[in-house]
Design a protein around this ligand. Structure first.
Ligand SMILES: Cc1cc2nc3c(=O)[nH]c(=O)nc-3n(C[C@H](O)[C@H](O)[C@H](O)COP(=O)(O)O)c2cc1C
Length: 327
């Protein structure tokens, strides 16, 4: 068992209970399941509507069926039920902005993006990594959602990596670092000495390892990742909920939950114009988190000579600067 798994088991359950008593905790538990992100769209003449959805799932190969669910209260639900057809666009890792745009009520979304019409006129978004053109097979009752089962008439797959969504935030996929580190020796012929891992693989494995340790540390000090991101963003100045979603790279529900928790604890306030800001207490908590992150970093780096650290920092900064050239 890894060090992180030990910490996780030792700290025990984080939240549990009856979903009806604490719906937000229930949502956070559901968010432990990682998904891709889709934009699902339908059209009737000039009327085109679409929304971001991560409830998409494959159902059957023969016949080819998929499903997803839409909030019954969504203003767009009647269009999906009445039009009888829809397209599913699986978003690529560089389409986070589209996911945000289609995750909010917005009338002019399709005027602002590139798409072509599929066989029923439904949008096929340019840059998506897969398209599925569907007709409604069934609309089932799913509590506060309608479950739409679609029969896939046509599909297309494109090159590219998927955008992911889990724990209330967007992510990108990468091979598991243990695979990255063992891949070289796994493919090497047995008679050959094991190859040194690539620098890239080391970076990836280190990032994964440190992130997991830091997540465990965050849990121990009692903050969630969305809460700490919201505090960090508001520390730079007040902003609206929408700006928080974009700049803290969080989904709508994660921002809503974090703001609600922080407001309950008197750490943030909403102004009359809809902007959110830190209170004095919020500033104190954010400063304490910063100190705790610094202490965590110091503990991780202990025993490494200063000169090695300075050299490592120079290498990392050089690589980053090459990715984001100034001017
Ligand atoms: C990552 C992500 C996944 C979502 N998944 C769904 C979903 O599966 N079903 C749904 O009804 N809404 C989902 N939403 C919310 C809708 O996109 C959002 O409610 C809609 O765009 C707002 O329009 P409405 O007022 O018509 O609901 C999701 C939002 C995000 C950001």
């Amino acid at each position: 068992m890894t060090e992180t798994a030990d910490i996780r088991n030792a700290s025990g359950v984080l939240e549990q209970g009856d979903p009806a008593v604490d719906p937000r905790a229930f949502r956070r538990a559901l968010g432990q399941f990682a998904t891709g992100v889709t934009v699902i769209a339908t059209s009737a003449g000039d009327q085109v509507v679409g929304l971001t959805a991560n409830s998409f799932s494959a159902v059957s190969l023969d016949p080819p069926l998929v499903l997803w669910s839409i909030r019954k209260k969504s203003g767009r639900a009647p269009a999906f039920i009445n039009n009888g057809h829809f397209t599913i666009n699986v978003l690529a890792e560089d389409q986070m902005e589209l996911a945000g745009m289609f995750g909010r009520p917005h009338e002019e979304q399709f005027a602002e993006i590139d798409w072509t019409a599929g066989r029923h006129g439904d949008p096929l978004l340019t840059g998506a990594i897969a398209h599925f053109e569907c007709v409604n097979e069934a609309v089932l009752d799913g509590g506060d959602h309608h479950i739409l089962v679609g029969r896939v008439e046509r599909f297309a797959r494109y090159d590219g990596a998927p955008l992911l969504f889990s724990q209330g935030q967007y992510g990108v996929s990468s091979s598991h670092p243990e695979l990255a580190l063992t891949a070289a020796s796994a493919v090497a012929p047995c008679a050959e000495p094991a190859e040194e891992p690539l620098f890239m693989s080391l970076l990836q494995a280190t990032d994964h390892h440190m992130s997991a340790l830091f997540q465990a540390h965050r849990q121990q000090v009692g903050v969630t990742l969305p809460t700490s991101r919201v505090l960090n963003r508001l520390f730079r100045g007040p902003c609206t909920r929408e700006v928080l979603e974009q700049e803290a790279f969080l989904g709508e529900n994660a921002v809503e939950n974090a703001l609600s928790d922080l407001a309950d604890e008197g750490q943030v306030v909403e102004a009359a114009d809809g902007t959110w800001a830190l209170t004095d207490k919020g500033r104190e908590v954010r400063a304490a988190l910063r100190r705790s992150a610094e202490a965590f970093t110091t503990a991780q780096l202990r025993g490494i000579p200063e000169a090695d650290l300075a050299a490592a920092e120079r290498v990392l900064r050089t690589l980053l600067d090459r990715g984001h050239p100034q001017g």
